[in-house]
Design a protein around this ligand. Structure first.
Ligand code: PRP
Length: 211
């Protein structure tokens, strides 16, 4: 019997897309696709264990080595800042991390002392404005971030933009692009050494689906 390989997947669309890739490799994802309230799901034949977790927790499970590999968005990876191996860009879950707001409001134009940035990504925001030598106040939100500038809580937002329709519906515009985002396959550093053959088998199998 081959060694157990544990995969941490971000619940939702990224997990569904990952199951498509894995099923094309012959991995049985039926239990993981329909987990009910179960948190640990298996393909017993291939000895693969799935854990389905919140996106922001994927890097935590992989970094601690309780998951060998994970699939998560580049935005979440950047924000987590954990020392994981990013082994593949899976190409789905594409969007952009952007600064958005009203074009007339920038760091030079606001009257109050500190420029306020609403975001779910405080570390990325600190680093982005830190690189520009700009001090800011971060207002951490966990959803509907676009409300920040609309209602006067913040001057701008740093958030993901996919279709752009949320910005448009709220009269906001992209002011700068921080980076492109897509789903990434990440690996624990120790697993890459101790389970090298198993991990490589999975990476090669997924990689073959992308070509
Ligand atoms: C995300 C993101 C934006 C929106 C962007 O929010 O935070 O609000 O999607 O997508 P669009 O450019 O296609 O409009 P999500 O739908 O995840 O909800 P949330 O704001 O409650 O986190």
């Amino acid at each position: 019997m081959s060694e157990v390989l544990t995969l941490a997947l971000a619940k939702g669309r990224l997990a569904e897309k990952t199951f498509d890739l894995l099923e094309n490799m012959g991995i049985d994802c039926s239990e993981a696709r329909d987990p009910g309230r179960q948190l640990v799901l298996w393909d017993r034949k291939e000895n693969i264990r799935f854990i389905l977790v919140k996106p922001s927790d994927v890097p935590t499970y992989v970094d601690h080595g309780v998951a060998d590999l994970g699939v998560v968005g580049k935005d979440t990876l950047l924000e987590a800042g954990r020392p994981l191996y990013e082994v593949l860009d899976l190409g789905f879950g594409r969007c952009r991390l952007c600064i958005a707001g009203y074009p007339e409001k920038n760091t030079d134009s606001v009257s109050h002392a500190v420029f306020r940035v609403a975001t779910k990504y405080p570390h990325i925001a600190r680093s982005y404005y830190g690189d520009m030598g700009q001090s800011i106040e971060i207002i951490e939100l966990h959803g509907s971030v676009e409300l920040g500038p609309v209602i006067g809580l913040s001057d701008v937002i740093l958030d993901i933009v996919e279709s752009g329709s949320t910005l448009k519906a709220n009269g906001l515009q992209v002011l700068d692009e921080v980076c492109d985002v897509s789903a990434r396959l990440v690996c624990n550093r120790v697993s890459l050494k101790t389970k090298r053959a198993r991990v490589q088998w999975l990476i090669d199998g997924i990689s073959g689906q992308l070509e």
